[in-house]
Design a binder for this molecule. Sequence first.
Ligand SMILES: [Zn+2]
Ligand SMILES: [Zn+2]
Length: 158
Amino acid sequence: MAKYCLECNTKLNLFKFPVKFKDGSVCNSCAKKYDFPGVSEITIEMQINAKSVTWEHYKSHPELIKEWKQEAQERKAEIEARKEEARLAKEEKNRLRCPKCGSTNIQVLGKQKKGFSASKAVGGALLTGGVGTLAGFAGKDGKKVEFVCMSCGRKFKK
Ligand SMILES: [Zn+2]
Ligand SMILES: [Zn+2]
């Protein structure tokens, strides 16, 4: 059985991107006239919300779509925040750590001048900042790089 838009009565098909309401469907262009978002912005939650009210109810309650959009935005922000969290966790995991004391205050040993001694560097202001993640060293020539821990002086290769 063919469905027709509750608002404009045109025959609905997939290309009209019908939005389902409790009492039937509305083509996306009619839904948009009442602030319903365009195809690319409709979320699953919005579709579920729409299905819980009739088209007439939706039309007479313009605050509904504002709430739904707000919800969608909050959800999006939540997902973004979780992604960022995961990214930071991964970064933290990839950080170069001293195998002895776990410090991330690591320097590349190979780049130091002759006579450099780890014990001198430790506690000194000779070097600033750590080397960060291993990513910057990996895959250049396949050779292992020698590092030194600025906290305990332990040398190690990665
Ligand atoms: Zn329509
Ligand atoms: Zn250490």
